[in-house]
Design a protein around this ligand. Sequence first.
Ligand code: UDP
Length: 315
Amino acid sequence: MPRALITGGVGFLASHLCDRLLAEGFEVVAIDNLITGSLDNVSHLANEPRFSYENQDVIEGIAYSGELDYVFHLASPASPVDFIQVPLEIMRVNSRGTENALELARQKGARFLFTSTSEVYGDPLEHPQQEEYRGNVNTLGVRGVYDESKRYGESIVMAYRRLYNVDTKLVRIFNTFGPRMRLDDGRVVPNFMRQALTGEPITVYGAGTQTRSFCYCTDLIDGIFRLITSEQQGPINIGNPTEHTMLEFAQKIKNLVDSSSEIVFRPMLTEDDPKQRRPDITKAKTLLGWEPRVSLEEGLRETVAYFQGRLNRIA
Ligand code: UDP
């Protein structure tokens, strides 16, 4: 039975990766310091003998004595609100944390995957973004802590590949959503949904002309699974290429929820908020045979149901 260790293992995306790997017959070790992850995300695995969780901080090093076939490094706060609140933790987990995870993979002879991000393209001057594009990041801005540390992460992954022949994989994740996102995570999907469901104003930042494209979590995980089980090393963009302005998106969620919330305009949370973002997924399609399958509407409906459930529990 293949065994995988996942850093940030009880976070939003990692918990879906745990589900997928378990479904594929893996044994899964999740480690997390719970800075943004939550054990609620894996509570359904309580009786799964092939799943285990350990509270560890990858910044301090990873203690695992067993054999490993795969190391997935997903640990990192990833919301722009986190960029403001925990900037040093973000920088450390993507620098020291990535080195520690790589070192573990090297010692165990395990395949390694690093979750990089569309943020490495910064506020992109090329559109859509291809993997070859080197980006337009402001090192000095609020987003710099995430963007630059992920860029560093990619570089140290390449150094481990060249120096030690670690079998590494790089995925660049574009905006992804779904059940198990934090209600208070500050990102656009939880914000708009919470606001629409509770009748609060829906807060569009700026004029709402900036664009994003949203990938459903299980599609994203399918891309990661295809990459780790392929001979490709990446970087490979994984994301949904259907692009929306944030104003359109607010309207869409308002309609979906049949909400009485008004749509209001608020100042941008961070300077350098990318004006447009859409992945070119030609590589994922041709090299991995991957493309998103879940429609935005279907994904949004699943996610609304999840957030409604959480809000009911809080009430
Ligand atoms: N956004 C918004 N209202 C919100 C939260 C976010 O208009 O309440 C916008 C934000 O300015 C950005 C987009 O939605 O242009 C996506 O933001 P998110 O924080 O989800 O992630 P990002 O792609 O910026 O990392």
